[in-house]
Write a protein that binds this ligand. Structure first.
Ligand code: FA5
Length: 369
């Protein structure tokens, strides 16, 4: 209505009437219709169109009303009416185009945010078992089938169980092979992180007596200079069988059965005499190389054998110390390095990777159970 008022209140015309007064409305309308048929691809296209026709400063429609002043007073009312009608048409049309654009924008947003509930979805990646756990479980299964039970003992041990009851006298040089992390030296029996799983032999023999068949998987600690085959924190599986008439032949048969089940039936066991104070005789146990079948290769350093365990017949003094009569009972024991078995089975060259937590390595075992 403002424009109509403007039209009516225009000063008396001094200049010649614009011959195109009416045509200017028709031309503006025509121009708008043409422009509004062009596709509006974006909100900025729309704003440009709106500004071009309705913009206060430079819009064509406001310019029409400015034109009124140039018309003879007699034409102004008719012109004003036509200009107002054109303005209404353009405003309504612009409003409609704006709504259409909003609807299109809304549809595009909904499509981009749409969730297809029929898709199977992405499952979160589940963690898997650590290779040492996988190997430990396999070993446990093999020994459970052979009638062994699984025992456990503390990682924080005392000197009595870790050394003395195993026939390592104080200051004995055999202790040097297991450099120890002491936790409390002033305790009546100094506290330490166990250097092997053998102290559980003592605990179980004292608790359960004979006969006895156990394996003891567990973590052990040594103040080692760490390298590809030596860690300061590693895992062992202790084995202990005490009964009447147990001999070294039982140990050999058991180890061969175990190697066969774990590495393949063609695998053989080799015993080489060695010294551990808690066994007599003591042996180092090697498996025939699973890569070259004993011929000699890089993995076994040409020897055809891979050392995996210490073993022997339980020393009579150890049996007696646990209240088992060595005249009636005998036993064998072994201590196997679990991390080295994992290295062999999964063919990785450095056991330090077992403690690195590197996902690229661990991911490869995720599906094994
Ligand atoms: C012992 O620990 C004895 N307790 C084993 C034993 C048990 C002998 C029962 C007799 C009777 P040894 O220190 O050799 O022995 O260790 C046994 C096995 O643990 C080794 O053969 C090796 O496979 C593994 N091992 C030893 N030190 C390390 C280490 N630093 N890192 C990884 N594995 C190791």
């Amino acid at each position: 209505m403002k424009e109509e008022e403007e039209g009516r209140s225009s000063p008396p015309e001094s200049r010649a009437p614009s011959p195109g007064g009416g045509d200017a409305v028709a031309a503006a309308l025509e121009e708008f219709r043409k422009a509004s048929r062009e596709p509006l691809d974006s909100r900025s296209d729309f704003e440009r169109l709106k500004g071009r026709f309705l913009g206060r400063e430079k819009g064509l429609v406001p310019a029409l009303f400015a034109n009124v002043k140039t018309l003879p007073p007699s034409e102004r009312a008719a012109f004003g009416a036509r200009a107002n009608a054109a303005k209404r048409e353009i405003e309504e049309s612009v409003a409609r185009l704006g709504e259409e654009l909003s609807r299109r924008e809304e549809r595009a947003r909904a499509a981009s945010e749409m969730v297809d509930v029929t898709l199977p979805g992405r499952r979160p990646r589940l963690g898997g078992l650590h290779p040492v756990t996988i190997v430990r479980r396999r070993i446990e299964q093999i020994f459970l089938r052979m009638g062994y039970s699984i025992a456990d003992g503390p990682e924080l041990e005392n000197d009595q169980y870790n050394f003395e009851a195993l026939n390592f006298p104080p200051e004995h040089p055999a202790r040097d092979s297991q450099d120890t992390f002491f936790v409390e030296r002033r305790a009546p029996s100094p506290l330490l992180l166990r250097t092997h799983t053998s102290p559980v032999q003592i605990r179980e023999m004292k608790k359960r007596g004979a006969p006895l068949k156990i394996i003891v998987p567990g973590r052990v600690y040594r103040n080692e200079s760490v390298d590809a085959t030596h860690a300061a924190v590693f895992n062992q599986v202790e084995g202990l069988a005490v009964d009447r008439g147990i001999s070294l032949a039982d140990l050999k048969g058991t180890v061969e059965e175990f190697f066969g089940a774990l590495f393949g039936r063609e695998t053989r066991a080799r015993f080489i005499p060695t010294f551990f104070p808690f066994v007599e005789p003591g042996v180092d146990v090697a498996a025939s190389c699973i890569f070259c079948k004993g011929k000699g290769c890089g993995k076994c350093k040409g020897s055809g054998w891979i050392e995996l365990a210490g073993a022997g017949l339980v020393h009579p003094k150890v049996l007696a110390g646990c209240g088992i009569d060595p005249e009636e009972f005998s036993g064998f024991a072994f201590g196997l390095g679990l991390d080295r078995v994992a290295m062999l089975l999964y063919e990785f060259p450095d056991l330090r990777i077992l403690l690195d937590g590197d996902e690229r390595f661990l991911r490869q075992f995720a599906r094994e159970t």
